[in-house]
Design a protein around this ligand. Structure first.
Ligand code: HCB
Length: 215
């Protein structure tokens, strides 16, 4: 895929243009581009630009919402392509996934879920604004091997710890692994709150989940 297509994808996110973003995704698939390349080299860099412009006060909340819509439109095209691969694989493990209480950022968490599914994991996505109790109840219900907790705000990162505490209180902590991620999250933070691992992006989350299944 030529670089100018990746930059058009990036621009469609910055412009908050869902139909352009979706058309470019269709075009990429029709021309044999790996969906993950389109995500990693086109759309995600666009989201990063949006975040930086927002931080500098050059973009406002409605712009950021429009960009998220464009990302969703692209993912609606790419998601089924990514998931197709998962149906043909043996089950790699059971994952319960969600974004912490007070946090409505879902794009990164959903992408992690899609790639885990594409790599054979059975994923139960609880969505956004999820309490520790909900994580624990779902993990118990489905017999989770891994709980994946996303947080995009410095103010909601601490709720990752609350989820781990809920898992301890419900007696589940020793039976499963916890992985954390999200833009402000670091390996150091993961160690500090007693998570089993940290992943910086969706592909690393798949590698980490595989590793955690072996440990
Ligand atoms: Co939002 N927002 N936002 N936002 N937002 C951020 C996160 C800021 C960094 C922007 C900035 O200031 N530079 C900032 C947070 C600052 C901070 O806390 N330090 C911020 C803010 C301030 C806010 C509001 C408070 C703004 C306001 O209302 N004034 C508000 C919060 C609302 C709330 O949650 N209570 C808000 C709202 C929004 C929306 C609704 C407009 C929209 C979200 C829409 C949606 O998700 N449906 C939004 C967006 C889109 C962003 C940015 C621009 C992009 C986030 C994103 O989708 N990134 C973001 C800027 C940024 O992050 N650079 C900005 C792309 C994905 C692919 O990356 O990092 O989410 P990711 O996920 C990766 C990775 O972290 C890892 O894998 C993923 C895939 O590669 N990963 C995991 C994630 N979770 C994992 C879990 C695991 O177990 C393992 C790996």
């Amino acid at each position: 895929m030529p670089d100018d297509t990746f930059s058009a994808m990036r621009q469609s996110i910055i412009d908050g243009a869902p139909s352009t973003a979706a058309d470019l995704a269709q075009h990429a698939i029709a021309h044999g581009t790996a969906p993950l390349d389109a995500i990693n080299h086109g759309y995600v860099p666009g989201m990063h630009d949006v975040g930086e412009q927002f931080a500098r006060g050059q973009m406002y909340l409605p712009d950021m919402m429009a960009s998220a819509e464009a990302m969703r439109a692209a993912m609606a095209v790419l998601d089924p392509e990514l998931k197709k691969q998962g149906a043909e694989r043996p089950k790699a493990g059971i994952v319960v996934l969600g974004t912490t209480k007070g946090d409505i950022h879902e794009i990164g968490k959903t992408l992690v879920g899609t790639l885990l599914t594409a790599h054979g994991f059975q994923v139960h996505d609880l969505g956004v604004d999820v309490s520790g109790e909900k994580f624990a109840a779902k993990a118990k219900e489905v017999g989770a091997d891994i709980v994946g907790i996303s947080a995009l705000l410095t103010t909601t990162m601490r709720n990752q710890k609350t989820v781990i505490e809920a898992l301890v209180h419900s007696g589940l902590r020793a039976q499963l692994k916890v992985m954390v991620g999200g833009a402000p999250v670091t390996r150091r933070w993961a160690d500090e709150i007693g998570a089993d691992g940290y992943a910086k992006d969706a592909m690393s989350a798949v590698a980490l989940a595989r590793e955690l299944m072996q440990s």
